[in-house]
Design a protein around this ligand. Structure first.
Ligand code: PLP
Length: 365
């Protein structure tokens, strides 16, 4: 990441810092490290690692699907999911801000010969009519056939947006009516569950396969899972090995995920409350930059252009004051709350952001 986007500016000594670039930045606690160090292990390519098997069982059960498969990354879990539903030469569809399209470096095309098209999504909010209008399920030998719809919940680049359950249910029903599978990119499905109280399994019932990340706000250092039917997971196990993701005594990592689920799931509500608090402070001090009602979880997107800033300049100025974020566009920036950001850091961030936005971008000579 370049300094312009990572916000790694020179910070005056003694300044409070809040690293809000991403919820992937969390570090494992002593207690988590202890649990990991003592996890029983075996060779997971032989499906003999008891800790991985336990994690897979627990997550499959939480999400109400038959089985689950541990993967090194969320990108691999997504790529396994779409690989199962789309043959080479066919296509998936997703919204134009989807992680699977924007942040996996063309993996579906490179690894699986899958092409993709997208519909436009405001704040990442799922638009079932737009998805259905885009899908081609009777293309014959002329048009590329759509066999999978990808939906993201919560939506990362949309700003932590929670998809309404009824919309996901409608997508599932209408996609199946036309013979298409649904893959749910649930890297932050935990956040949707904690924000709404809707059981994880109700969201997961709206998809054929679901990916979830342990290494975002949950706070494990590594790891994701794909969940789905036993038959799909058997196929995914083959593709995981082919993609280079067959790991050996990996229970040490899986235990970090088990620890996070047992101890750090409900606390996501704290991240949401802190993020909301800053959104409200910013909205009160500078109208037009953010609508607090659109801030559903732990991700704050600010349209700093409305206060005369470019995204890159705003990130540099906030970085100098110890508040690290990420420019998501020419006039927009993103700040993400997580396990390693407390109330004092949140107050500091609120102060810096409101001060910069009220002042506006300094004029250059
Ligand atoms: C982080 C993330 C992923 C997976 O990312 P990895 O870095 O590969 O683990 C997938 N989808 C979304 C929406 C994400 O935010």
């Amino acid at each position: 990441m370049s300094a312009a986007t990572s916000g790694t500016a020179t910070v005056a000594p003694g300044t409070t810092t809040a690293d809000l670039r991403s919820d992937t930045l969390t570090r494992p606690s002593e207690a988590m490290r202890h649990a990991m160090a003592h996890a029983p292990v075996g060779d997971d390519v032989y499906a003999e690692d008891p800790t991985v098997l336990a994690l897979q069982r627990e997550v499959a059960e939480l999400l109400g699907h038959e089985d689950a498969l541990f993967t090194p990354t969320g990108s691999m879990a997504n790529q396994l999911g779409v690989r199962l539903h789309v043959a080479p030469g066919a296509e998936l569809i997703a919204d134009d801000l989807a992680h699977v399209l924007r942040a996996e470096l063309g993996a579906a095309a490179v690894l699986s010969g899958i092409s993709a098209r997208s519909w436009h999504a405001t704040n990442g909010l799922l638009d079932v009519d737009a998805a259905m209008a885009l899908a081609v399920t009777d293309g014959g030998a002329y048009q590329v056939g759509t066999t999978c719809v990808v939906v993201e919940n919560t939506h990362n680049f949309g700003g932590g947006t929670v998809q309404p359950l009824e919309t996901m249910q409608e997508l599932h029903r209408r996609a199946h009516e036309r013979g298409m599978a649904v893959h749910l990119d649930g890297a932050r499905l935990w956040n949707a569950h904690v924000a709404t109280g809707i059981p994880l399994a109700e969201y997961a019932a709206c998809a054929d396969t679901v990916s979830v990340c342990l290494s975002k706000g949950l706070g494990a250092p590594v790891g994701s899972l794909l969940v789905g039917s036993a038959e799909h997971m058997e196929q995914a196990r083959v593709w995981r090995k082919r993609f280079g993701g067959g790991m050996r005594q990996v229970g040490i990592l899986a235990e970090g995920g088990r620890y996070a689920l047992a101890h750090q799931l409900e606390r996501l509500a704290d991240d949401h409350a802190r993020c909301r608090r800053v959104a409200e402070a910013v909205a009160a001090s500078r109208p037009g930059v953010v609508d607090p009602a659109a801030v559903h979880t732990n991700i704050l997107v600010l349209q700093v252009a409305a206060a005369g800033w470019t995204g890159a300049d705003f990130i540099a100025a906030a970085g100098e004051r110890g508040v690290l974020g990420y420019a998501t566009g020419p006039g927009s920036v993103r700040f993400v709350w997580h396990l390693d950001v407390d109330d004092a850091q949140t107050d500091h961030a609120a102060g810096v952001l409101t001060e910069l936005l009220s002042a506006g971008e300094p004029q250059r000579a």
